[in-house]
Design a protein around this ligand. Structure first.
Ligand SMILES: CC(=O)[C@@H](O)[C@H](O)COP(=O)(O)O
Length: 256
């Protein structure tokens, strides 16, 4: 049975979602998407320019990808809902990544406003993927509100600090009935593999790929890391022990 990820009725082979901010030029995006094998690509509505296609980041996303607008810039539920409706009216479908960020230093999400946004947009038929701080109570409310997945941060956006919220994300993976997609802060392919080994359904990466010296090569590295991490999870890793266990029996050699 092929290992596919289902979200909003879509069957995805790729578990690496790509963010499109911070690239030195939009022209590199098609090659990076191909290197990542990404099927879901997120764009900020403010970077969608309907009048000048060459400035419209969405026009660099290959056919066949799901373009998932995000509500970055929204500081409360009302603004996020407005951005989502604008994106849909502009023809960008009904997937939406909810981002409601009220602090300028750490760019941490406002879970309360995100819950409210999820309630409104899910009721309007959007496929809602809320970016959130990994809190079980808030995540359950987002799921009750109709979230198709939840997207807890590993570390602050753009920090490249990795899976700093690992134990909280593990709880979400164990307790929630929807896919858990680690989003934000993953700085190295190994950290994406770590998230996948934990049981994350997918990861979303932007800064680490966009700001690498070689974004296409880094995208390919993240692709392989996500695939390896997923296989490591499916293979059911052995128990972690404190004591040593000989790889071949030493009986008959050591005096008890
Ligand atoms: C919430 C948000 O905006 C993230 O999707 C961001 O784009 C990805 O975070 P990194 O840039 O740290 O990968």
């Amino acid at each position: 049975m092929k290992d596919v990820l289902e979200i909003g009725g879509q069957l995805l082979q790729s578990r690496l979602f790509l963010g499109t901010g911070k690239f030195s030029a939009n022209a590199v995006i098609p090659e990076v998407v191909a290197a990542c094998g990404a099927q879901v690509v997120t764009v900020a509505l403010r970077r969608i320019d309907l009048q000048y296609p060459e400035e419209n980041v969405a026009s660099y996303i290959p056919q066949g990808c799901i373009i998932m607008p995000n509500t970055s810039g929204a500081r409360n539920a009302a603004e996020a809902v407005r951005i989502a409706r604008l994106a849909q009216a502009a023809g960008y479908g009904n997937w939406i990544k909810v981002e409601v960020i009220a602090d300028n230093r750490y760019l941490l999400p406002d879970n309360y406003e995100t819950i409210k946004t999820t309630e409104t947009l899910a009721a309007e038929g959007f496929i809602v993927l809320p970016y959130m701080s990994p809190d079980l109570a808030a995540a359950k409310r987002m799921v009750e509100a109709g979230a198709a997945a939840v997207m807890p941060l590993g570390a602050p956006i753009g920090s490249n600090r990795g899976l700093k919220t690992k134990e909280l994300i593990r709880i979400l993976i164990e307790e929630l009935p929807v896919p858990v997609i680690v989003d934000a802060g993953l700085g190295r392919p190994s950290e994406a593999a770590e998230a996948m080994e934990l049981g994350a359904a997918a990861v979303l990466v932007n800064t680490a790929i966009a700001t690498a010296g070689e974004p296409v090569l880094m995208g390919s590295a993240f692709r392989q890391a996500v695939e390896a991490g997923r296989k490591g999870y499916l293979a059911r890793p052995g128990a972690i022990r404190r004591e040593g266990t000989a790889s071949s029996p030493l009986t008959g050699f050591l005096q008890e």
